[in-house]
Write a protein that binds this ligand. Sequence first.
Ligand code: MBD
Ligand code: FE
Length: 309
Amino acid sequence: MPANLIKRDGITALAAGAAGLDQPEGNPRLKQVVNRLLIDLMVAIDELDISMDEFWTGVAYLTQAGKQDEFGLIVPGVVLEHFLDLRLDEAERRAGLAGGTARTIEGPLYIAGAPLLKGETRLDDGTDNGEVLFMEGQVRDVAGNPIAGAVVDVWHANSMGNYSHFDPTQAAYNLRRRIETDEEGRYRFRSIMPSGYACPPGSQSEKLLQAMGRHGNRPAHVHFFVTAPGYRKLTTQINIPGDKYLHDDFAFGTRDELIPHVERVTDAREIQKAGLNKPFARIRFDFALTKQVAGAPTTVVAREHAEAA
Ligand code: MBD
Ligand code: FE
């Protein structure tokens, strides 16, 4: 078929009717968004001459993606979750908010309600023989003052790149904890070094990426929500340097400010002091939170989160 078969006026009229713009009832914001997305979609179909087969292949793809609960994976994979971060960054810049730790995407694998501990804890249950990792630091305000009583909600994959809850072989909340900072704003945890995540083989996400000549791998990373009363919630991650995918993340989550140095501790006394009998890794990373201010867009995202049973 040729392209550009339908006049713009015709498309606009169809979208307006489908979005209920001529109806007094309904949610005005929803109507506005649906109307706009329908116009953009119909224009794309007409300009690109998207065939019936292509269209219904797309519908079947999305149907299957929904059945397999993969939209949370496809959204970062097609850069949209990172794009939302870039918009929030710019909105904050315009609101005069600066100096906080860089944000990056939450991803689809957070589980709410992890055990809450004070000061320091251990994240792994001892069943993973990966490299031992100690991570510690301070939560501060942008002037450098420590924030006591902040909560560092941390989650990461095991040495196979799998997350508890989504991986039925792991115990509930393995590699997931909430740590309340001490009087000096400090947090500290022992865990094991994560490996990078890969989209499940045969998944809808992987199929789409492969069809675009891309891969579905993330570099090794550790996720954080950092919260404190009176401060803006921070959603971020650190990436482990040296990973093959460090600057080739399928989810576009890597940021230069979020790649800490990983110290390999081999000194016998240090190893003994840590209660270990082999070398381990140590990361020091501080978080800076900006103050809650009126009029700035919120960083608290209403997003569906599972909770472990
Ligand atoms: C992950 O672990 C992740 O963090 C993101 C953003 C997407 C898929 C898997
Ligand atoms: Fe992740």
